[in-house]
Design a protein around this ligand. Structure first.
Ligand SMILES: Nc1ncnc2c1ncn2[C@@H]1O[C@H](COP(=O)(O)OP(=O)(O)OP(=O)(O)O)[C@@H](O)[C@H]1O
Ligand SMILES: [Mg+2]
Length: 462
């Protein structure tokens, strides 16, 4: 069995990893770490959420010289938040007080970064734009660089970034070690990678299925004439996600949808490039601390971002590329956990689901929008389990005097039913509350109408 010790890591590091809960290496770690430790260039391809960060960080930490204050390792990431997250992850993987890791990215005062660099930093993690800026000011010097890592390498080499990456590389010594990591890598990008790497070893883990099997994928068809926003409301009521990233294509849609969801009383906020850097950071922190349940985001949140135990990814609008889809849904089902990926599709978009199924060799369950009756039934079910919980709680005793008082007038079943009705009405979303039509009332009393669908209301696509 693979162990961190067998991979060539020092005993002190193995003990430290144990404290972090890293008892066994993941597949990509098992395969990539020995090559990286023997100074080979590596292209590492593994599913989202499988520990690629530690795969490239541990060999660097093992070999970095902490008494030397020159920059020895540079990790490039496509977004600012990812730079921050990766630098924090590296810091956590090290237990050496002398090690300095610095995240550099736009939207943050450059003077502070320059100051830190002057004091001495061994590992820099940054976005290409800011790294170039710092190189231009001679604040960042790469003469002593031993390691260069491109996290989300395919994205980094995508149009726009490639020139930046080339310029950055021109500042680094030729004998450095270079590694590319991503969950996706198009063949064309791999050719390009050959240009930057020296006889690289390609380490691939389960390349065929780019999405982990732990992610349960479903799709809802938006009925003709319905807006996606209208379709989303009942889906959210039914799924009731504990935490969710809802992906949209534009900043504008992010704002609009967020406001609609907030108006419906949901705990939700928006996340996209129009926000200031500090707003983005604050939002991510609140989301990670569970102060908000859902975040409506553009693709800036699609790559690499890790939120512990994120339960749902919702593709309100599908992305242009399959690779983006892979990264988006990969925000859930991480580190061995399970996750739900849900897509909203117009009837004309259904062919896109076929493409996804082909890519993952995994069927997508197609569902109809939940009906009011189904949602009501779900609310009642939830209410029942909440009542069961309340019965065993200590606070319930404090309500007994009220029950005793009411019992002089009514029988206890009526009192209980009235209390439930009040609780039910409060739990119902606003968009279902306003409707006082008689069929709404009867929903609770009558058994559910017969449908052609299975118990969860799902039909297979094929
Ligand atoms: N060996 C391990 N044991 C336990 N947990 C681990 C191990 N390696 C990594 N993790 C945890 O798994 C989670 C996901 O890791 P990471 O962010 O590196 O994934 P990734 O492969 O880079 O995903 P993505 O493609 O989305 O960027 C992190 O919370 C990390 O702490
Ligand atoms: Mg990653």
């Amino acid at each position: 069995m693979a162990s961190f010790t067998n991979l060539g890591l020092s005993e002190a590091r193995v003990q430290h990893l144990k404290k972090l809960g890293f008892t066994e290496p993941t597949a990509i770690q098992t395969q990539a770490i020995p090559h990286l430790l023997s100074n080979r260039d590596v292209v590492g391809l593994a599913q989202t959420g499988t520990g690629k960060t530690a795969a490239f960080a541990l060999p660097i930490l093992e070999q970095v010289n902490v008494s030397d204050r020159n920059v020895q390792a540079l990790v490039l990431t496509p977004t600012r938040e990812l730079a921050m997250q990766v630098s924090q992850a590296i810091q956590k993987l090290s237990s050496d007080q002398r090690l300095r890791v610095l995240a550099v990215y736009g939207g943050q005062a450059i003077d502070r970064q320059l100051h830190q660099l002057k004091r001495g930093v061994q590992i820099v993690v940054g976005t290409p734009g800011r790294v170039l800026d710092l190189l231009g000011r001679r604040g960042l010097i790469l003469d002593q660089l031993n390691w260069l890592v491109l996290d989300e390498a395919d994205e980094m080499l995508n149009m726009g970034f490639i020139q930046d990456v080339e310029k950055i590389l021109s500042h680094a010594p030729g004998d450095r070690q270079t590694a590319f990591f991503s969950a996706t890598m198009a063949p064309t990008i791999r050719e390009l990678a050959a240009k930057f790497l020296k006889s690289p070893v390609t380490v691939t883990v389960e390349q065929q299925k780019a999405a982990p099997a732990r992610i349960n994928q479903t799709a809802y068809t938006v009925p003709k004439g319905w807006s996606k926003a209208r379709a989303l409301m009942p889906i959210l009521e039914m799924e009731d996600p504990e935490s969710a990233l809802i992906f949209v294509r534009t900043r504008r849609t992010a704002g609009e949808l967020t406001r609609q969801l907030q108006a419906a009383g949901h705990s939700v906020d928006e996340y996209h490039g129009d926000l200031s850097q500090s707003q983005r950071e604050r939002l991510l922190l609140r989301f990670r601390q569970r102060q908000i349940r859902w975040v409506v985001a553009t693709d800036i949140a699609a790559r690499g971002i890790h939120v512990d135990d994120l339960t749902h990814v919702i593709n309100y609008e599908l992305p242009d590329s399959l690779d983006s889809y892979v990264h988006r849904i990969g925000r859930t089902g991480r580190a061995g956990k399970e996750g739900q990926a849900i897509a909203l599709v117009h009837p004309l978009e259904k062919y896109k689901l076929r493409q996804v199924e082909k890519r993952f060799k995994q069927p997508i369950t197609l569902c109809n929008i939940p009906t009011r009756a189904e949602i009501a039934a779900r609310h009642l079910q939830k209410l029942q389990s909440q009542v069961r919980e309340a019965i065993t709680s200590e606070r319930v005793a404090s309500f007994l005097p009220i029950v005793a008082q009411l019992s002089e007038e009514y029988d206890s079943r009526t009192i209980a039913a009235a209390a439930l009705q009040m609780a039910y009405d409060q739990a119902r979303p606003t968009w279902m509350r306003g409707d006082s039509s008689s069929d709404e009332e009867s929903v609770v009393a009558k058994p559910q109408k017969k449908t052609r669908r299975s118990s969860r209301g799902r039909v297979q696509t094929r």
